[in-house]
Write a protein that binds this ligand. Sequence first.
Ligand SMILES: Nc1ncnc2c1ncn2[C@@H]1O[C@H](COP(=O)(O)OP(=O)(O)OP(=O)(O)O)[C@@H](O)[C@H]1O
Length: 305
Amino acid sequence: MSVRARALTKRFGRRTALTGCTLDIPAGHVTGLVGPNGAGKSTLLSLAAGMLTPTSGTIEVCGGRPGSGPEQLTKVGYVAQDAPVYAALTVADHLELGARLNTGWDDALARARVERLGLDPRQRAGKLSGGQRAQLALTMGLAKRPELLLLDEPVATLDPLARREFLQDLMEAVVEHGLGVVLSSHLVADLERVCDRVIVLAGGEVRLDGDVDELLAVHHRLSGPRRDGLPAGQHVVTAAHTERQSTLIVRTEAPILDPAWAVGALTLEDLVLAYMSPPAEPAGPRVHGPEAEGPGRRPALEIVR
Ligand SMILES: Nc1ncnc2c1ncn2[C@@H]1O[C@H](COP(=O)(O)OP(=O)(O)OP(=O)(O)O)[C@@H](O)[C@H]1O
């Protein structure tokens, strides 16, 4: 197992960033970590990297306690959200530092990437653009050849072409070296291309965790004439109603037999958005007319979990 968390909780003073998270991420997978701003994604990655310690609960990464010693540090690579580089050091200095600090350092990969990216080895990292700094930090993470690479919003500052190329590099490392990756991102379309597992965090809790194909196979969008009652025996994730129509996202392994429902497949983005949606006020009495659209009032949306 590459990450194993049990009742993992992290508080900062009175603020709870993560609460009771229980997770198993098998080795060698690419796991997308998604959730609204402030959901606890960076906190989870920092705990996995050993940059933070849990308030309660446990987390094990590649069979050890995060940050517990040199062996553990070799196994795990971590690129934080702000693409940490040493401003006063040049690009070449970074590669030299990487080679000195990491026993498994892949110098050929690092140099080839720097050249392909057009980074000047003599340039100080502090003078690189935001995207170039991110590329340098990601190069360091890949060249370290860890068992598990933790990436906090790695592609946020990259242009679309650079994003695609980086994700390809990542996939190559996954296929060729069995690298496991956990990456947080708000760009679900990117995650859809590279991830075979997904974790949705919201409000510091794990809302969804599993294999993407398996999750997509058991979630369906049902639409049909408006119904106020929810189908029995099914886990309704979201229910949205207009005056005439109801649209539900349900989780079920059983076939949907009721002919009144049109059954549609979901994309990963649909699924993620469904589990990210904040619990709304319970559907009240039906509201007709223009007041239904007024400020502060939104279409009835129920989340039943
Ligand atoms: N060092 C800290 N001190 C105090 N509160 C913190 C600290 N780090 C995070 N938090 C709080 O913990 C919660 C989770 O933050 P976190 O950065 O993990 O969220 P996130 O999902 O990564 O968000 P984003 O998508 O905006 O990057 C937030 O409420 C945040 O304010």
